[in-house]
Design a protein around this ligand. Sequence first.
Ligand code: F6R
Ligand code: MG
Ligand code: MG
Length: 367
Amino acid sequence: MAKITISVIKADIGSIGGHIKPSQKLLETVENFVKEKGKGLLIDYYIGHTGDDIAILSTHKKGVLNEKIHRLCWDVFVAGTKVAKAQGLYGAGQDLLVEAFSKNVKGMGPQVAEVEIEERPAEPFLFFAADKTDTGAFNLPLYLSFCDPMHTAGFILAPQIKKGFKFFIMDVSYTKADRIIELNAPEELYNIATLLRDPSRFVVESIFSRATGEQVAVASTTRLHNVAGKYVGKDDPVMLIRTQYNFPATGEVLSPYTITPVVSGFLRGSHYGPLMPVKKNSQVSFFDGPPIVNCLAFSVKSGKLTEPADVFDQPYWEYVREEVSEETEELRRQGFFGSAMVPESELEYLGIEKTLKELEKRFIIRK
Ligand code: F6R
Ligand code: MG
Ligand code: MG
């Protein structure tokens, strides 16, 4: 069986009415470009948006970090940016941080998650995309699905996944190269938890099955604020997770999203808010948020994708969304105060730093 690669490359290249959602025309431009220029290169593709971000999910035989695949997506985003500018969309080309493409889009602004697989007899996988939040937003759900029998009942019910999973965790504060640690669950649960508690610094990059050695999950890890050295918007991560057989079941991967962990992002990328699971192609609005995540389930055969099943479009998640709204309300009531706003090191605008500098001169030591 030939290997296939599933790639998702995502960027914010402009949106309607602020940072809300891309225009229909922009989405059509991206779709037509991929359809046209992807001929002979891609086996299949799917285009969707999450808030103001457009994701290109594709299947092909070129492996990860392939120059042709990455160039195609880059060129799509450049072409889309022209349309976004012509339409007067806000933040046109926002995530394209460099002038010219070289080799692959890593470190150039777009988020990337790719996995090369040997297809199983049936190959179900989940494609997650989040908006108005950071790359570390998936840390807690991943920990719970791949370590904890409270969510993955398979750890006690299904002998084949009992061997556990290997985590690759990246220190995203290190910008010169990829700084990675490999940790095994369940033996090193406490070490994994110690790192994942700080999603602004440590981010799950990938997960492998210890029973078969296969890769199960991959998440994007680019921190724009480390790439550009200044505020350029939040990272709005993407992630791919294969499910079933020797891996957690789809429902076990989805189970932690009921917890709606509080993540950083939201308005001006500077606030905390619980992560709301939403339907596909959702927009944001309240307080430029809330932080949202959507998840599409696909099956793939010889690289051909089925239509997506929109997993958060189900009555159960209506209840979760209600709950998140209440929780969000509580946190928002305290505005800028204390733990409603991210710490100074994570702030995406310079206003507070500037004011503090000015006020610094006016402090006196009382005699
Ligand atoms: C958050 C976000 C928005 C903007 C805000 C101000 O990720 O994108 O909350 O930060 O709308 O936008 P600018 O600075 O573009 O005027
Ligand atoms: Mg944006
Ligand atoms: Mg966004």
